[in-house]
Design a protein around this ligand. Sequence first.
Ligand code: AHM
Ligand code: MG
Length: 334
Amino acid sequence: MNDKLALPVGTTLDRFIMRKQEDFPYATGELSQLLRDIALAAKIVNREINRAGLLDVTGAYGNQNIQGEDQQKLDVIANIRFIRALRNGGEVCAIISEEEENIIQTGNIKGKYVVAMDPLDGSSNIDVNVSIGTIFSVYRRTSDTGNEGTLEDCLQNGTRQVAAGYVIYGSSTMLVYTTGHGVNGFTYDPSLGEFFLSHPNIVTPRTGTVYSCNEGCVNSFPEGVKNYLAYCKESSYSARYIGSLVADFHRNLLKGGIYIYPSTAKSPNGKLRLMYECNSLAFIVEQAGGKATNGSQRIMELEPKELHERCPLIIGSTDMVDKVEEFLKAEVTV
Ligand code: AHM
Ligand code: MG
């Protein structure tokens, strides 16, 4: 037999999840099912995004979310798709979403998990064919099963995540996730309708030469961040800012670099949301050997007080994040 005529297509996400489950003798398969539900929704959202320009689903929806931001039609569509997949899957009792003011009860009172998500991040890039993403975190509920999910179930700190991941809808679509045992990335093959393992065991470089932030707001950045940016320029680093967190994060994760969204005059607590964006990416970056802080505290140890709370985010290669913290400390002690 000449195997070279038909090379293997590789490991599918489903098979990978199943194999990983076998590593845990008491695993019941519920988390595996949940991850598969997310992958299914991601495929559907990927289809909607690919056809967006043809289906009149670009542009504003004509509504604002709880944060007063204009919702795009695709924000709303992605929100519906993920909620529906998780509700149908049955493993999740409650969902919190950047697009919804309150906890979404799925009706699956026996579900052991809650999910926090930003169904479509990078809204300003939706209409212009620039990469956008989905971000999610999974927590085990703390209340007893048999009842609806509670606020306490949803407001756990990032160290309690049992899984986290993102989907990047880019030049190719990828799903990257962790369950606390390293980070693995899967690339979507649209012709087969499957995600395949393409980036096993992602380890982020310890340092890098790329910094990502919205420098248009630099005048209201904290002094320590301004000083770090001056240091980046003196060091001839490259600036790369897509304005889609998932895309900027993904590039820096693979190549080394740092993403910074600090406090600004417009957003005194930063713009990004602790529960929907920061915790999930913090878990992933740490699992890949990187670091995430709000400037003085580890993101995953922040105790959330409300669903839609924001925090400054400094995330990426460990040495670079350490350097920003040094500059911020120097600012405080001067
Ligand atoms: P969104 O959740 O409303 O899409 O906002 C989050 C996005 C991030 O993806 C991105 O990094 C950031 O907002 C860009 O903000 P800015 O335009 O202020 O630089
Ligand atoms: Mg977002």
